[in-house]
Design a protein around this ligand. Structure first.
Ligand code: GLU
Length: 406
């Protein structure tokens, strides 16, 4: 098993080999400022008490309050959360928003909890963290398996304890609880703006065949957005199976099927196949939109795509990166490709602090401007340094963080 934090440090080492950073900075940026383990007792529906393990890692706040989601997953542990927190610090610097990097989590399979158990767990996480989060300290958000409803429970709990009901302590809330227009689709939408800004430079055709791993928060929205723009989504998957149709999947019908059955597998408008085969489907654009460590040393050589756009965090290991670079497959790195989510989160935070509500159009115009500008800057940096897009993105982000730390 690949340790995601070791992978993150390896990426750091590779990028900083190319450009000189001060040794003090390099030493410091390898370590989180603070990491917290908490136990969260939850009264289960059957009357028993169960204790869950929760985490928050505050990696770096040189550029602003710590920022990053909370993941509810059975495999989540402190090493994963630490890696995700590190990537958040870089991600916020890549898109130049006034935020640092943090991440949280709970080791739990939320699909095994009832609605009220989930609410108790969410409120319990916030009770344990109430002293370390806050609009000017640390601003959490959704991540894998956490929803706007969960954010609303947490914001409410924070308000009850501290009296601060601005909602600015947490983003990704439902609209009626102070959420931002566009936040639900922001990760996929931001990735699409990056894709559009770089499509020609990356020698992709006007109409691309697209394969998407994952049909959750990011993947399902991406399927709709790329389809609406005239591209063909030919295969997608979730944890229970994969579905393919080389003429292009009917994504609206697929969403209906997923809503009814809980999985994309078995959809009548395509052929169901093994989820483990999805990454090897021939296409122009492959979008990993699930978990980390999917494209590895042992399977990277089977990919048949021209470009990988990482909507997931950490889907490609450093060894796999090497193989893809050697084969001329371009990778648009997570810290750029999926930064639309945290960007609109930051818009939400700003709206809460100023007591404003921006239209969806305003949100997307601002998002597009940022994503395009930073995508082109990274492409230019990669060209100037004759390197890949991940190293270029790391360098730009690290330069911004180093500057702030001075
Ligand atoms: N969890 C998302 C990410 O990995 C969003 C974080 C946020 O909105 O703060 O970027």
């Amino acid at each position: 098993m690949n340790n995601p934090f070791q992978n993150a440090l390896e990426q750091l080492k590779r990028a900083t080999f190319l450009v000189s950073f001060s040794s003090d900075f390099l030493e410091q940026i390898k370590h989180p400022n603070r990491q917290m383990n908490v136990s969260i007792p939850v009264k289960m529906d059957d009357g028993t008490l169960k204790v869950f393990e929760g985490y928050r890692v505050q990696f770096n706040n040189a550029r602003g309050p710590y920022k990053g989601g909370i993941r509810f997953h059975q495999d989540t542990d402190i090493e994963e959360v630490k890696a995700l927190a590190f990537w958040m610090a870089l991600k916020c610097a890549v898109v130049n928003i006034p935020m640092g990097g943090g991440k949280g989590g709970v080791t739990v399979n939320p699909k095994e909890l009832s609605e009220s158990e989930l609410e108790h767990l969410s409120r319990g996480w916030m009770r344990r963290m109430v002293d370390v989060v806050g609009p000017q300290k640390d601003v959490p958000a959704p991540d894998v398996n956490t929803t706007p409803q969960i954010m609303a429970w947490m914001a409410d709990e924070f308000g009850k304890i501290t009296g601060d009901v601005s909602g600015a302590v947490i983003t990704g809330k439902p609209l009626e609880s102070g959420g931002s227009e566009g936040r639900g689709t922001a990760t996929a939408q931001g990735g699409f703006y990056v894709f559009e800004a770089l499509r020609e430079q990356l020698l992709l055709p006007e109409v691309c065949s697209v394969v998407i791993q994952g049909f959750g928060n990011a993947g399902e929205h991406a399927a709709h957005i790329w389809t609406r723009a005239g591209h063909k989504v030919i295969a997608t998957s979730d944890s229970r199976g994969a579905i393919r149709n080389l003429d292009g999947l009917d994504i609206s019908a697929l969403s209906e099927h997923k809503k009814a059955t809980g999985t994309v597998a078995g959809f009548a408008g395509g052929e169901t196949f093994e989820a483990s085969e999805l990454l090897f489907q021939a296409c122009d654009l492959l979008i990993p939109a699930a978990l980390e460590n999917q494209i590895r040393e042992d399977n990277a050589s089977y990919l048949q795509t021209k470009v990988v756009l990482e909507l997931a965090n950490g889907p490609t290991t450093p060894e796999a990166d090497d193989q893809l670079i050697a084969r001329g497959v371009r990778v648009i790195p997570d810290i750029l490709a999926n930064a639309g989510g945290v960007t609109v989160s930051t818009f939400e935070w700003e709206q809460n602090l100023k007591e404003e509500h921006w239209s969806e159009e305003e949100v997307f115009v601002k998002l597009k401007t940022i994503m395009e500008r930073e995508a082109l800057a990274i492409f230019e940096k990669a060209t100037t340094l004759s390197t890949d897009l991940r190293r270029a993105a790391f360098i730009i982000a690290l330069e911004r963080i180093e500057e702030a730390m001075k």
